[in-house]
Design a protein around this ligand. Structure first.
Ligand code: G1P
Length: 286
């Protein structure tokens, strides 16, 4: 049902300097897999067939990562390391079409998503912000897809946040609530503690109807000089229902050092080949 996913990856990654000087921050690994690959796999696992990266010229290694590497594959075959081939060139990527659209100027998330309009066309599509890493039995995007199938309305993943951190997120004003499904009444980008309409924040997964593009086009730059996706959603709300779905699972904000290290520890403790050793190491350190 959702065949296309947009991944904005053009950001500078200043919080991860100097690591992000020569390597895009999306390519930094959590254990042995680049952050961006977790989001790509999440999209493919709900049936997405086209991945649309909104990227910048410096980030050529993202393309290299998703291209099939034939030379390395034959070397693995020759040295009988067949079990490594699917790690190098995963079978699930074979049928996927990867698009790379350059965002020349960094004018915000809304500006980035608007770049995908030509490729997306009139179909509903997903947006995944790779900095947000989710772990749950049913993936975050799959939870959104369930709602989209029932409502055919745009739907956004949300979670409750400590009010002290609310200024870092898009925040919704909830309307009618049925279990984990909320009808959104209003939405604001990065409000102050005092002005936040709730403690329910937008996390980095969305499913949109293509009508969002119309509103992105008429959205002005905000005070910080960016075109915000949140501001376009605010406009969309005037014409269509938009839902928020409370995400059920773990979330790591890998755009911050704390979240990145947290995700690394959490995944290491789940990785069969190293978890026992890592437990010992943590005990020794603590
Ligand atoms: C973006 C969105 C914000 C959302 C957040 C989730 O902000 O603009 O509404 O809550 O992602 O991670 P950013 O983190 O890019 O500043």
């Amino acid at each position: 049902m959702i065949k296309k996913a947009v991944l904005p990856v053009a950001g500078f990654g200043t919080r991860f300097l100097p690591a992000s000087k020569a390597i895009p921050k999306e390519m930094l690994p959590i254990i042995d897999k680049p952050l961006v690959q977790y989001a790509v796999e999440e999209a493919i696992n709900i049936g997405v067939e086209e991945i649309i990266f909104i990227t910048s010229p410096e980030k050529f290694s993202i393309k290299k990562h998703f291209d099939t590497n034939h030379g390395f594959e034959s070397r693995l075959k020759n040295s009988k390391k067949l079990e490594m081939i699917d790690r190098l060139n995963p079978k699930i990527f074979k049928e996927i079409k990867f698009h790379y659209i350059l965002q020349e100027e960094q004018n915000g998330l809304g500006h980035a998503v608007l770049h995908a309009e030509k490729v997306v066309g009139k179909d509903p599509f997903a947006v995944l912000l790779p900095d947000d890493l989710f772990f749950s039995k049913k993936s975050c995007l799959s939870q959104l897809l369930d709602i989209y199938k029932k409502t055919e309305s745009s739907v956004i993943a949300v979670n409750k946040i400590d009010k002290e951190n609310i200024h870092k997120y898009g925040v919704i004003k909830p309307g009618e609530i049925k279990e984990k499904l909320i009808k959104i009444e209003d939405i604001v980008e990065k409000p102050s503690y005092e002005e936040a309409p709730s403690d329910i924040a937008v996390c980095g997964r969305y499913i949109f109807n293509a009508s969002i593009f119309k509103f992105l086009k008429s959205t002005n730059f905000d005070k910080s000089g960016e075109i915000q996706l949140t501001d376009a959603i605010k406009k969309l709300l005037q014409e269509e229902r938009v839902y928020a779905s409370i995400y059920d699972g773990e979330k790591f904000d890998c755009g911050s050092k704390k979240g990145f290290v947290h995700a690394t520890i959490a995944l290491a403790l789940r990785n069969e080949s190293i978890s026992e050793d890592i437990k010992k190491i943590i005990k020794e350190i603590v």
